[in-house]
Design a protein around this ligand. Structure first.
Ligand SMILES: *Cc1c(COP(=O)(O)O)cnc(C)c1O
Length: 400
């Protein structure tokens, strides 16, 4: 097909096959099932002698096209799409685990990932060890014992802490573990965990891959054997299948992903630099900024800092809320990776389930805001933030 073209080109031309009608845009096979000419054909398909389709819970041409494009982009042998990002995380973990297994995970995780690891897995007799993801000695200690799986996200929600993918993958493999990385915050454009040693990558395609706030989706990237023998039986029999309609929307998202991510990053860099200079802001956490504690690691494993910027305002919850309520352009939402800039207060929303002591230890104070920088003109974002910070943080609390 278009082998040899660069990735941005291939995201537009590869993946889908044209039907004999010659449509320009990919066809959308919005069908739950497929019919057979003869009873013998159905028999052959169920026996996997004939590769055709049977039922969209098992496979669908529009979903397949999205999976092929994702695998290509990630540099993975294969991909499995799911209805949501959480279905992808759930399938990646549950399809590989059984009672008696041991899992080592970073402790700072997206809320529902934290629930799966700390609440769900132990119910099925899986031992879970949580570590400070930034601490390589802690990983080494935890991985001194045989382990089945290692799980982490990097950058992690909401303080953007990084995990050294290459170093942790090496430690994990020595312990016999497979490494699953939630790469949502970095996007497949800015970070390639498989090339750094990870075994599986999961995405919430709801975020940058759609990137326009339209639909939910998820995807697991893996080697072909794991996809076929571990993921496929789990997915086909438990049924977290991606709707063909959503797969079609997400494939369209991939056509512009690289362009959008590049503009997201340019906006985030501008906004982070602006926030660092604002007297109402106590601290800015942005992996792309030289002030970020793990900036060297960010430069090693990410092509750029991404579009999420966390920052602390002078004061506490009431100042953080006042800033949010004074924003006119930036919307209040716990979603991220959208064309619209979105801000959230993690301590009272995404991470409210954690006990306060744990939140404090993880750096999720009441003064912390997480901003997903959208595709608006960065100068408008700076103006909106400037006005809101001035309105929300009393002069007496600001830095001199
Ligand atoms: C949003 C998100 C998920 C879950 O994805 P959904 O599509 O909302 O199910 C998982 N991990 C991270 C890091 C996320 O940001």
């Amino acid at each position: 097909m278009t082998d040899g073209w660069r990735m941005r080109t291939r995201m537009i031309h590869d993946g889908a096959e044209r039907t004999p009608l010659g449509e320009t845009s990919e066809a959308l096979f919005l069908t739950s099932g497929f019919v057979y000419e003869r009873a013998e054909d159905a028999e052959a398909r169920f026996a996997e002698r004939d590769p055709g389709y049977q039922y969209s819970r098992v496979a669908n041409p529009t979903v397949d096209a999205f999976e092929r494009r994702m695998a290509l982009l990630e540099g993975a042998e294969d991909a499995a799409a799911t209805a949501t990002g959480m279905a992808a995380v759930h399938a990646a973990l549950m399809s590989q685990l059984e009672a008696g297994d041991r899992v080592v995970s970073a402790r700072l995780l997206f809320g529902s990932c934290h629930w799966i690891v700390t609440e769900l897995l132990p119910r099925f007799g899986v031992e879970v060890v949580l570590v400070d993801g930034t601490d390589l000695d802690a990983w080494a200690r935890a991985l001194a014992e045989p382990t089945r799986l290692v799980f982490f996200e990097t950058p992690a929600n909401p303080t953007l802490e990084l995990v050294d993918i290459e170093a942790v993958s090496a430690l994990a493999h020595r312990a016999g573990a497979k490494v699953v990385v939630d790469n949502v915050f970095a996007t497949p454009v800015l970070q390639k965990p498989l090339a750094l040693g990870a075994d599986m990558v999961v995405y919430s395609a709801t975020k940058h891959i759609d990137g326009q706030g339209r639909c939910l989706g998820g995807v697991v990237l893996a080697d072909a054997a794991t996809r076929k023998h571990v993921l496929q039986p789990f997915l086909k029999n438990t049924g977290p299948s991606l709707s063909p309609f959503n797969a079609w929307v997400l494939s369209k998202g991939l056509e512009t992903l690289e362009l959008r991510v590049r503009e997201h990053v340019a906006g985030a860099e501008r906004v982070a630099a602006f926030l660092e200079r604002h007297p109402a802001v106590k601290e800015v956490l942005y992996p792309g900024s030289p002030s970020f504690p793990q900036h060297d690691l960010a430069r090693r494993q990410m092509a750029a800092g991404g579009n999420l910027v966390a920052f602390r305002v002078h004061g506490g919850r009431s100042e953080a809320f006042a800033v949010m309520n004074a924003l006119r352009l930036v919307k209040l939402s716990n979603n991220l990776g959208d064309t619209r800039s979105l801000v959230t207060h993690p301590a009272t929303t995404t991470h409210s389930r954690l006990p306060e002591a744990e939140r404090t230890e993880l750096g999720i104070g009441a003064d912390l805001l997480r901003l997903s920088v959208g595709l608006e003109d960065p100068e408008d974002l700076a103006d909106d933030l400037d006005r809101a910070l001035d309105a929300g943080v009393p002069a007496a609390l600001r830095a001199a």
